[in-house]
Ligand binder design. Structure first.
Ligand code: CP
Ligand code: NVA
Length: 310
């Protein structure tokens, strides 16, 4: 039965139940079909979304902006430097004021705590468009892609190879909530947050799925249906760049690594990608790669989210 999600924030997938996540995915399927058949669906006429960015973006900015237009609404791109936020106005006051003008806020920034402070000040839904800790909208698109490719999510196994980062955290939480095992292979010093891994383990246990961290990429891909990677150096982490690239050099997703996964395994990457760094060009541009379907699904998953919460 559909739940009323009006007004709900998307700060992390922690706050979304399995049923609520499925409601987004099922709505996304329907909205994607509407677009394919040219059916115009505009539940957000007269509504506006403020989009605050303190980091760059291609997919997030364009998919939210185009999505609001398609749903009959309007999106405003706000660079944090152009807001009074950049001159010391508090993030809570920014949330209070924007709530008087618009109907939702999407924010991409560094600290997760800032997104939570914005939501505390706002009286309208706040959507996390990526922080140092989480990237929930990407994972909604990823889950939609996995569901389309396999017809199910529960019981599948994802091997995440590389830097333990915001993507790893959100994939572990989203995967575990939907019964998918997520095993991360990362070198010491670049593993995901132990607290988040433990939390995801506790979510996975009832469904029989597993969440874990191993050192060997080869071990992680054994029995995997999905191989996922992300950039080795995330936005805002350039100070560690050389050290990270050296530590992660053996964690590139290569054709040999793909061959060690299940037959029929797919390759996923949230993009942007660096061919020859975290993934070999033959893999990301090869037949097992679904990265552009995955990127497209940002639009459909977020249109679903926007239509449900605004
Ligand atoms: N995957 C993703 O969030 O891409 P952008 O950084 O281009 O928004
Ligand atoms: N982990 C990457 C994801 C980019 C979409 C970053 O934070 O830069």
């Amino acid at each position: 039965m559909a739940v009323n999600l009006k007004g709900k924030d998307m700060l992390t997938l922690r706050d979304w139940s399995t049923e609520e996540i499925w409601q987004v995915l099922k709505t996304a399927e329907q909205l994607k079909m509407f677009r394919k058949i040219g059916h115009v669906y505009q539940p957000l006429q007269g509504k506006a979304l403020a989009m605050i960015f303190t980091k760059p973006s291609t997919r997030t900015r364009v998919s939210f902006e185009a999505g609001m237009f398609q749903l009959g609404g309007h999106a405003l791109y706000l660079s944090a430097n152009d807001l009074q936020l950049g001159r010391g106005e508090t993030i809570e006051d920014t949330g209070r004021v924007l709530s008087r003008y618009v109907d939702g806020i999407m924010i991409r920034t560094y600290k997760q705590a800032d997104v939570e402070r914005l939501a505390a000040g706002a009286t309208i839904p706040v959507i996390n468009g990526l922080t140092d800790d989480y990237h929930p909208c990407q994972v909604l698109a990823d889950l939609l892609t996995i569901y389309e490719k396999f017809g199910r999510i529960a019981g599948l196994k994802m091997a995440y190879i590389g830097d333990g980062n915001n993507m790893t955290h959100s994939l572990m939480i989203g995967g575990a909530k939907l019964g998918m095992s997520v095993v991360c292979a990362s070198p010491a010093g670049f593993t995901p947050s132990p607290a988040i891994v433990d939390y995801a383990k506790s979510l996975a246990a009832p469904s029989g799925a597993t969440v874990g961290v191993v050192a060997s990429a080869r071990d992680a891909v054994n029995g995997a249906d999905i191989i996922y990677t992300d950039v080795f150096v995330s936005m805002g982490q350039d100070a560690d760049r050389e050290q990270k690239l050296a530590a992660l050099a053996d964690y590139q997703v290569t054709p040999q690594l793909m061959a060690a996964a299940n037959p029929g395994a797919i390759f996923m990457h949230c993009l942007p990608a660096h061919r020859g760094e975290e993934v070999a060009a033959e893999v990301i541009d090869g037949p097992q790669s679904v990265v552009f379907d995955e990127a497209e699904n940002r639009l459909h998953a977020q249109n679903a989210l926007l239509s449900l919460v605004i």
